[in-house]
Design a binder for this molecule. Structure first.
Ligand code: SDX
Length: 428
């Protein structure tokens, strides 16, 4: 028996059930609220209090700092799993047997060739183009080279579309780096695993062998796991909204790439490193920048801090901070910005402004320092985030279509001019 809630207005009384999700999250179903109340709607800019869907993929508890993919805690997956297995888990809902995992990885790698004509689109970009803009374009262009529409009722079609995109996306992502650097494009080597192949796509040079440092490959695999899904964040909600119009998977994911680009979202990992370098160049006075972040007259924000859902430590930030220490130590890299990041974190976590607003480091606070240690340029950091988030976007898009969700079309409250008659030009 669920709780009840009442809405009383103008003498009429409406009673609503208050059911619960798997982890006892309570909600009121407002699906018919407007018709039941004769036209009253809810208003919630940024959807801070509004659920857009039910989903069985990822669970977050922002107060407790909990993140689970298909019920498995992120800490266990980061420690024991690998990115290809997590891609399977998000897509299929269960951990694979070894046979299922091998078949899945082979299916993905069978789709790792990208039409040579896509390189002509790439070559039209100036080398100064931001990699996220290039990636969004190339992802959308895949539709032209894979025109067969996905039948949402066909498991086979959905699976084929998913593994096609999972195979091609890392190639496109690597090409954005090669473009920025002016390097020749690499092609997949399906003798390698998914993550090793992504690494060689990015860094293999025609004139020398590429060393696959296991420290780097393992850290990259872990980072991709940590970014793989995050329930209804801005870019995933974008993928679902675009897909709800029955737009194709590739075009929907392309829209998600554009949403992730924003510095308030996935673009924060680039903004964090730029911020840390700015503080370093400014003499490393951490308190000065913490004070700037608190100053309402200063539009500076502590990038990599705060989160719409987490009002506790982002569990991914904890894991990435530890990995950053290990990777930089193992590679013998002294990055002063890592020390500045730790001092910034310490200063902020002891400051009433951040404590009262429950602002903690998020997934983006330390990840860029690891990417930089790998030799990845700053403007590529959000592309790395996108490669990680791809399986989550795909799983969420498929769930939305398989749940037959209606086209997303929010209402609004109009605050513009009241009705008025047209004024002829000679009377204005
Ligand atoms: C990601 O949603 C997801 O799940 C996203 C993500 C994922 O995996 O998909 O986790 C990835 O996008 C992580 C977030 C990366 N973005 C940043 O690090 C940018 C810096 N953070 C902020 O811009 C902000 O914290 C947001 C955008 C992340 C969240 O903003 P909210 O929830 O809308 O919070 P808010 O802007 O209403 O802030 C509440 C208060 C305000 O102060 P008051 O008006 O109450 O006085 O906190 C302040 C804000 O000014 N505040 C900050 C701050 N973040 C919030 N003040 C200084 N520095 C900050 N970073």
């Amino acid at each position: 028996m669920s709780d009840k809630a009442k809405f009383i207005h103008n003498g009429s009384e409406l009673e609503f059930d208050v059911p619960q999700g798997t982890m006892n999250e309570k909600y009121v179903d407002f699906s018919n609220f407007r018709s039941q109340t004769g036209g009253i709607i809810t208003l919630d800019p940024g959807y801070k209090n509004t659920g857009s869907c039910t989903s069985a993929i990822t669970y977050l508890d922002g107060e407790e700092g909990v993140l689970m993919y298909r019920g498995y805690p992120i800490e266990q997956l980061a420690e024991k799993s690998n990115f290809v297995e997590v891609m399977y888990l998000l897509l299929k809902g269960e951990l694979p047997t070894q046979e299922e995992l091998t078949k899945f990885e082979n299916d993905v790698m069978d789709h790792d060739m990208v039409s040579e004509d896509v390189t002509k689109i790439l070559s039209a970009f100036p080398s100064t183009a931001h990699p996220m803009g290039v990636l969004s374009t190339l992802t959308s262009a895949l539709t032209a080279f894979n025109p067969k529409a996905v039948d949402a009722k066909s498991e086979t079609d959905m699976y084929r579309a998913a593994v096609t995109l999972m195979g091609k996306f890392p190639v496109l992502a690597s090409w954005t780096l090669r473009k920025v650097k002016g390097w020749p494009l690499n092609y997949s080597d399906n003798k390698l695993g998914y993550v090793e192949n992504f690494y060689q796509l990015m860094f293999k040079q025609p004139n020398r062998d590429l060393e696959m440092d296991p420290v780097i490959i393992n850290a990259l695999d872990k980072l991709l796991i940590l970014h793989a899904d995050h329930e209804q964040n801005c870019s995933t909600s974008t993928v679902r909204l675009v897909g709800s119009a029955h737009t194709g998977l590739f075009a929907s994911i392309s829209a998600g790439v554009s949403a992730l680009w924003g510095p308030l979202h996935g673009g924060a990992n680039q903004a964090v490193v730029e911020m840390l370098d700015q503080i370093k160049e400014d003499g490393g006075n951490v308190q000065k920048w913490v004070d700037k972040a608190k100053d309402k007259n200063d539009d500076f924000r502590l990038m990599g801090f705060g989160h719409r859902v987490y009002k506790n430590f982002d569990p991914r930030a904890r894991i990435i901070k530890k990995a950053a220490d290990q990777v930089l130590d193992k590679l013998g890299i002294q990055d002063e910005s890592l020390e500045i990041a730790k001092k910034l974190e310490q200063a902020a976590l002891e400051d009433e402004y951040f404590i009262s607003r429950k602002l903690y480091p998020n997934v983006d606070f330390y990840s860029g320092l690891i990417y930089r240690a790998f030799g990845i340029p700053t403007e590529m950091f959000t592309v790395m985030f996108a490669v990680g988030r791809l399986p989550g976007w795909i799983a969420q898009w498929i769930e939305m279509r398989q749940n037959n969700e209606p086209i997303g079309r929010p209402r609004q409250i109009y605050t513009g001019a009241p009705k008025r008659d047209y004024i002829d030009m000679n009377k204005r």
